[in-house]
Design a protein around this ligand. Structure first.
Ligand code: DAH
Length: 335
């Protein structure tokens, strides 16, 4: 009995009643009919007469202690609602997330093309054979399809994870009439699980411009504009290349310079950095997509976002983009 009383006194003294909710919780815990003080009285009543004499006084004191504490709590300004919260106090600072470096690059590219009249279009990540390959002039069973290691959908082999954002070109041309100026950012997938360093998905941005009398000179000027705006570089070169959906096709390098060690490493000592593939849309692709190739011509280009981000931020390993390591991501806050 003695220790029960002592414990209860301690419990009452330590109970925090500094706001109305706590005061009410205190009342329920100690002073209500089922509360701890009432229970103490129930036990007390069962004691033999001798012991009742010894403990009677302490039991009453416990009750008084609890009642006084509760009354005092009720009388404080806070619990009477007289103290208003101070809205002018500084708030606890909260941590704000940061943009992903790939999003930063993507949005910057979209912005640059938006300024010259390009809109943004999207297509599905699970794509059919027509939009990913056939309409883009990849012949059936042609080894050109092996250029891109495709993830096919097992149960319906007509579908695959798109291997490039060029598939969106076809969808846009099927649904819109020229003039068309569009940028298509998105995720693409390739089965390149050959080494531990390789990665099965990455991001591209596709560009498409279709109108009457669009020429290779327009393509070159547009890419030069992009190189100036994005990289701050004013010299580009185009090397002949091959893509099934463009004719002629080219690969574009920007002149990066060879001013320091990083430049040497980045450009493998050449001063030139490859940034994208491009070309004049093959008339067969225009026809397949429902555009009159006698009347219209156009160009397309495509680039990888990861590659650009790796360069810009001097990131050594592509896998870090998808690891969600906060120590990496927080370095891009405020950018
Ligand atoms: N689709 C190509 C790839 O994934 C990139 C590309 C090259 C897109 C040339 C184009 C283009 O639109 O004209 O490697």
């Amino acid at each position: 009995m003695q220790s029960t009383i002592e414990n209860l006194i301690e419990e009452i003294n330590n109970y925090d009643v500094s706001n109305p909710d706590q005061a009410e919780a205190f009342r329920l815990a100690f002073l209500s009919r089922k509360g701890k003080v009432s229970q103490l009285f129930d036990t007390f009543k069962l004691l033999p007469g001798e012991e009742k004499k010894i403990y009677g006084k302490s039991v009453n004191e416990v009750k008084k202690l609890a009642e006084t504490k509760f009354k005092d709590a009720q009388n404080t300004k806070v619990n009477q609602g007289q103290v208003r919260p101070d809205f002018t106090r500084p708030v606890k600072s909260s941590t704000i997330g940061s943009r992903h470096p790939l999003s930063i690059i993507r949005d910057e590219i979209i912005d640059i093309f938006a300024r010259i009249g390009y809109d943004v279009s999207y297509g599905p990540e699970i794509e059919d054979d027509w939009h990913n390959f056939s309409a883009l002039n990849f012949p059936e069973e042609h080894p050109a399809r092996d250029m891109q290691d495709t993830f096919f959908v097992e149960k319906s082999p007509d579908f695959a994870l798109r291997t490039h954002t060029s598939s969106v070109q076809v969808r846009v041309m099927e649904n819109q009439k020229p003039p068309i100026r569009t940028i298509s950012p998105g995720r693409v997938f390739r089965n390149e699980a050959i080494s531990a360093r390789s990665h099965c998905f990455f991001h591209q941005i596709e560009g498409l411009y279709i109108d009457e009398n669009v020429s290779f000179a327009d393509l070159k000027q547009t890419i030069l504009y992009f190189a100036e705006q994005f990289f701050g570089k004013s010299k580009i070169r185009m090397r002949p290349s091959y893509f099934p959906f463009t004719e002629p096709s080219a690969e574009v390098d920007v002149y990066w310079g060879l001013n320091n060690e990083v430049d040497y490493r980045l450009t493998k000592g050449t001063g030139w950095l490859e940034i994208m593939g491009c070309g004049m849309v093959d008339p067969a692709v225009l026809q397949a997509s429902g555009i009159d190739s006698e009347k219209y011509s156009g160009f397309a280009f495509g680039m990888g976002i990861e590659r650009i981000a790796l360069n810009r931020y001097q990131i050594p390993d592509i896998r870090i983009f998808s690891e969600n390591d906060q120590r990496f991501l927080m370095q891009f806050s405020g950018k």
